[in-house]
Design a protein around this ligand. Structure first.
Ligand SMILES: [Zn+2]
Ligand SMILES: [Zn+2]
Length: 141
């Protein structure tokens, strides 16, 4: 078992992720326009984990739900005090998965990326993640 901890910037929200193995998480970059806006950066970085692997141990994140433009409702949760983005999940997989914002983990190197999505929307100055085992997709989920 691996237990990882995370929090928002102001520490009002804290959480734990418990996995059988770190390999059960799928960390990926996403270069799509929605992630750029939601993360306030040139890409989004999340780790997909089973829903039950996540336990919010302190505080209650605020939520925002919206159609991402392709008919898919995305739920995003963040700290209502400091604004840190904590997690997201599509309405279609709400009973199965959570996508943790990797920068909110206390150890940001705990779950290295396995792939990149929407590479066609990658900003021109950013290189690919250099790994033989990392996939690079033009679209994504
Ligand atoms: Zn906070
Ligand atoms: Zn995206």
């Amino acid at each position: 078992m691996t237990t990882l901890t995370g929090s928002c910037y102001c520490q009002n929200i804290k959480y734990e992720v418990t996995l059988n193995s770190p390999d059960d998480a799928r960390t990926s970059l996403c270069h799509c326009r929605n992630c750029k806006k939601a993360f306030g950066a040139n890409y989004g970085l999340t780790a997909k984990i089973p829903k039950d692997a996540l336990k919010i141990t302190q505080g209650k994140p605020k939520g925002h739900s919206a159609d991402n433009g392709s008919g898919m409702v995305i739920n995003r949760e963040f700290c209502g005090n400091c604004g840190s983005f904590i997690l997201e999940y599509g309405e279609a997989v709400k009973n199965k998965f959570r996508y943790i914002v990797v920068g909110s983990l206390d150890d940001p190197e705990a779950l290295p990326p396995k792939g990149e999505f929407f590479c066609k929307d990658r900003v021109s100055w950013m290189p690919e993640v250099p790994s033989k085992s990392t996939f690079h997709a033009d679209l994504g989920t």
